[in-house]
Design a protein around this ligand. Structure first.
Ligand code: UDP
Ligand code: MN
Length: 411
């Protein structure tokens, strides 16, 4: 078939169409030249494709927020307060381009909406510099290495914060445990003082965990405050009572707290509020500096130093010594914290080791790898046994008298 076709084609051009001196093209020559043209076309299309791809990639690159090739990866930032969520570049590029298919008018409306939304977001989002001035306390550390604020009296603008959080209509939760003798000794004073000073003007839910509902003291709460009381199984050892809080808090966040509050604090019961503990303490992941250690060198900290424990922190590492009597954040952050700490506690139990300072050792390990987004100065949880150095301008919570021999069950 093919041979015949070539013969026909040859016979059609034969009669005097080529000058006698021109070499006659054979069928193979023609096919080769045809293939060459096709090849060249292909190469041209391919190179155009490559060039346009390079242009698009370069354009996206110079327009990317970081100006680096990192933008092609998903950015995971569940913590950062004012962080920008970056997605894959291609879907966003595609989405933006689709606006072009709509009429100009529609595009303008769309742009207007985006602008308005952005303006609202700017209005809504509170920036660190709107409320925090680290220079107001030059004698103490007010910003961590990872740029988190350390909130000291005088560094925050309460009016700006109040205005912002009032608009947000937040609810703040507070968990507290009172098991065994801690119930009679500390609980009422803690709740009564929290009612007066904790998140004044905002909705608060106290989550009170006790081992005997019939011993719950009668407490009258102010406006915007409510409480939920839960009966929990008392552990035999005080160390376990303290550590098992991590498990219980996590379970309660999962089953209900996450749906009920915007922020959650978890506190020891053996302390009393003395002054306003307000919205300046709110953040994604909040840690408290331990009053006795805030000036010490990290190598002096009483971190767990045995490598067999899950709470182990080697010498040379660590930022601060955090106090387990106060920690907080958004429910999701606190959930992760309690679950991770409890995992460490269980691992230690399996390995027949107990961290030196129990849940506090595990908490310090957690904060080493999950940096708090806000740190509270020791003014927020002060022990008057230390005295009252000039750094401590306003005590918000003070430690109660430690009466271990009276309140602990196995000392
Ligand atoms: N706790 C309790 N009953 C106990 C031991 C501990 O209710 O027998 C709770 C209580 O909320 C207490 C917290 O666990 O504040 C931590 O224990 P503690 O305050 O004794 O530890 P410390 O502050 O001395 O590290
Ligand atoms: Mn305590």
């Amino acid at each position: 078939m093919q041979r015949q076709g070539v013969a026909l084609w040859e016979s059609r051009i034969r009669p005097g169409s080529c000058p006698p001196e021109a070499p006659r093209l054979t069928a193979t020559d023609r096919r080769q030249s045809h293939e060459k043209i096709m090849n060249d076309k292909g190469k041209l299309i391919l190179s155009m494709l490559i060039v346009s791809t390079v242009i698009v990639v370069f354009w996206e690159y110079i327009n990317s927020p970081e100006g680096s090739f990192l933008w092609i990866y998903h950015s995971k930032d569940p913590i950062g307060d004012g962080s920008i969520q970056k997605g894959w570049w291609f879907p966003s590029w595609f989405k933006n381009r689709t606006y072009n298919y709509q009429g100009d008018e529609e595009e303008d409306i769309e742009k207007g909406k985006v602008k308005k939304q952005r303006k609202e977001d700017e209005d809504e989002e509170l920036q660190l510099w709107d409320w925090f001035n680290p220079k107001k306390r030059p004698e103490v550390l007010t910003v961590t290495e990872w740029k988190a604020p350390v909130v000291w009296e005088g560094t925050y603008n309460r009016a700006v914060l109040e205005n912002y959080y009032a608009k947000q209509k937040i609810t703040v939760g507070l968990t507290v445990f009172a098991v065994g003798k801690y119930l009679e000794r500390y609980l009422k004073e803690f709740i009564v003082s929290a009612d007066r000073f904790f998140m004044v003007g905002h909705k608060v839910i106290f989550y009170i965990m006790i081992d005997d509902l019939s011993r719950m003291p009668l407490i009258e709460l102010g406006r915007l405050r409510s409480f939920k009381v839960f009966e929990i199984k008392p552990e035999k050892r005080w160390q376990d009572i303290s550590m098992m809080r991590m498990k219980t808090i996590g379970e309660h966040i999962l089953t209900h707290i996450q749906h009920e509050v915007d922020y959650l604090f978890c506190m020891d019961v053996d302390q009393v509020f003395q002054d306003n503990f307000g919205v300046e303490t709110l953040g994604q992941l909040v840690a408290q500096l331990q009053a006795w250690w805030y000036k010490a060198d990290p190598d002096e900290f009483t971190y767990e130093r045995r490598s067999e424990s899950a709470a182990y922190i080697p010498f040379g590492e660590g930022d601060f010594y955090y106090h387990a009597a106060i920690f907080g954040g958004t429910p999701i952050q606190v959930l992760n914290l309690t679950q991770e700490c409890f995992k460490g506690i269980l691992q230690d139990k399996k390995n027949h080791i107990e961290a030196q300072w129990h849940d506090e050792s595990h908490l310090n390990k957690y904060f080493l790898h999950n940096k708090p987004t806000k740190i509270l100065s020791p003014e927020f949880c002060w022990d008057y046994h230390i005295g009252l150095p000039p750094d401590i301008k306003a005590v918000k919570i003070s430690w109660q008298q430690k009466e271990y021999n009276l309140v602990r069950n196995n000392v």
